[in-house]
Write a protein that binds this ligand. Structure first.
Ligand code: GDP
Ligand code: ZN
Length: 358
C-alpha cells in the first residue's frame, strides 16, 4: 500500500519532516498488543516495539501509540529483529474511555478516525438518548459523526425516528439503511473514499457486525479462506484492527471501540446539545442550570413546546454524569483533562471549520 492509501496527508508529511531527516520511516499502527505493535507502511507489515526513550518520556497513555496512529519507526536490519517506534505523529482525532473499575486511567481505543458511523436500529431498541451520548463522544474525539438508522426493512416509524435522530444530531447527516437487506448503503460511499478512516459505533444488537461485513464485501470471505490454509496461526499473521475496505477506505475496529463508555465529553456535550446551548444564551443568569432559576429561556422553550422536555432531561443527565466523573478524578487526571480539553476545543473548532466547507 502507498502512504496515501493508508491515510497519509500533507499535514502528516510536514510533521514527519524532522523524522525523515533522522532516517526514520512512517508507518501506521494496525494492532496494539500491549507494548508491541503491528505496523503497516510501504512494503511493510511487521511488529515493532516502542523505544525506551519514548516510553520513559510518556506522561500518560496518550503519549504512546494506539491503533490508527501514525508513527516514526526505525526499520530493523537484523533478520527476525523488530523495528522500533520513535515518535507518535500529531493526531486528528482520538477516541478513549475510562478503564473499567478505575475512573482515572484512560484507554485509547482508536485514533485518526475521519468518520464515525453512529449506528442505531429502527426497532424497539431505538434510543435517541443513547445516540446523543455517542454523538457527544464523537464530537469530543474530533471525528466526523454520521448517524445510521439501521434495520429500515422493519419499517418501524422510519420518518418519525429520522426526525428524532436529526434533532439529536442537528447538523449531523442521518442515513436510513438496512445492513441485512443491503439498502441505503450506497449513500455511504461519500465517507468511504480511498485513504479515509472510518469506525462503527453503537450499542449491542443494532447491526454493527452486519454492516461491517457489508462494507468488507467479499474481502472478509477471502480473508477467511486465506486464514484456513494458513498454518502459521491467524492472530500473529493476519489479525488487524486497521482493516482496508475494498473501495480503498480503512476501518478501525478495535475491541471496545464498538461500544464506548463515557470518559469525559464536556465540550462534546455542549456541541451535541447545540440547541440548548443556544437557548441558554438568553437565560437571565449566565450560569443558569435551567432548573429552578427564574427567567430561564430553556425552560420557557420547553413550556412553549419548541424544546422537548425529555431532551432537556437527557442534557441534565449527561451533565450530572459529567460532574460525578470529575469529582472522582484525582489531581493527576485533572491535569491530563486540562490538556485534553484544549485538544477537544481545537477538535471542535476544526469540526465546525470542515462542516462550514461542506
Ligand atoms: P451488533 O451487535 O451491533 O454487531 O449487531 P449484529 O450485526 O450482530 O446484528 C444483531 C442482529 O440484528 C442480528 O440478528 C442481525 O441479523 C440483525 N440485523 C442487522 N442488520 C439488520 C437489518 O438491517 N435489518 C434487520 N431486520 N435485522 C438486522
Ligand atoms: Zn436557563
Amino acid at each position: 500500500m502507498t502512504l496515501e492509501e493508508l491515510g497519509w496527508s500533507p499535514t502528516l508529511d510536514a510533521a514527519f519532516r524532522e523524522h525523515a531527516d533522522a532516517g526514520l520511516v512512517p508507518a501506521r499502527i494496525a494492532v496494539a498488543y500491549g507494548a508491541t505493535f503491528r505496523v503497516v507502511g510501504v512494503e511493510r507489515d511487521e511488529l515493532a516495539d516502542v523505544t525506551g526513550r519514548l516510553r520513559h518520556d510518556a506522561q500518560g497513555r496518550r503519549d504512546l501509540p494506539a491503533v490508527g496512529d501514525w508513527v516514526a519507526i526505525k526499520a530493523t536490519t537484523i533478520a527476525g529483529g523488530r523495528s522500533t517506534i520513535h515518535a507518535v505523529l500529531p493526531r486528528k482525532s482520538l477516541f478513549s474511555r475510562k478503564v473499567a473499575g478505575d475512573d482515572t486511567v484512560e484507554q485509547i481505543l482508536a485514533t485518526n478516525v475521519d468518520t464515525a458511523f453512529l449506528v442505531t436500529a429502527l426497532d424497539r431498541d431505538f434510543n435517541v438518548r443513547r445516540l446523543e451520548r455517542y454523538l457527544a463522544m464523537t464530537l469530543e474525539s474530533g471525528a466526523r459523526p454520521v448517524i445510521l438508522l439501521n434495520k429500515a426493512d422493519l419499517g418501524d416509524q422510519v420518518d418519525a425516528r429520522r426526525l428524532e435522530a436529526g434533532r439529536a444530531g442537528l447538523a449531523v447527516p442521518v442515513h436510513v439503511v438496512s445492513a441485512r437487506a443491503n439498502t441505503g448503503l450506497d449513500a455511504l460511499a461519500q465517507y468511504l473514499e480511498p485513504g479515509q478512516t472510518i469506525a462503527v459505533l453503537g450499542s449491542s444488537g443494532v447491526g454493527k457486525s452486519t454492516l461491517i461485513n457489508r462494507l468488507l464485501g467479499e474481502e472478509r470471505l477471502a480473508t477467511r479462506e486465506v486464514r484456513d490454509s494458513d498454518h502459521r496461526g491467524r492472530h500473529t499473521t493476519t489479525h488487524r484492527e486497521l482493516v482496508p475496505l475494498p473501495g480503498g477506505a480503512l476501518l478501525i475496529d478495535t475491541p471496545g471501540m464498538r461500544e464506548l463508555q463515557l470518559w469525559t465529553a464536556d465540550a462534546g456535550v455542549s456541541e451535541a446539545f447545540d440547541d440548548i446551548t443556544q437557548l441558554a444564551a438568553n437565560c437571565y443568569f449566565t450560569d443558569c442550570q435551567h432548573d429552578s432559576e427564574p427567567r430561564c429561556a430553556v425552560k420557557a422553550a420547553v413550556e412553549g413546546g419548541t424544546l422537548p422536555a425529555d431532551r432537556l432531561e437527557s442534557f441534565h443527565k449527561l451533565q450530572r454524569e459529567q460532574s460525578h466523573l470529575e469529582k472522582r478524578q484525582d489531581t493527576l487526571a485533572q491535569q491530563t483533562e486540562k490538556k485534553k480539553l484544549r485538544t477537544t476545543m481545537r477538535a471542535v473548532r476544526k469540526y465546525y471549520e470542515t462542516k462550514d466547507r461542506t
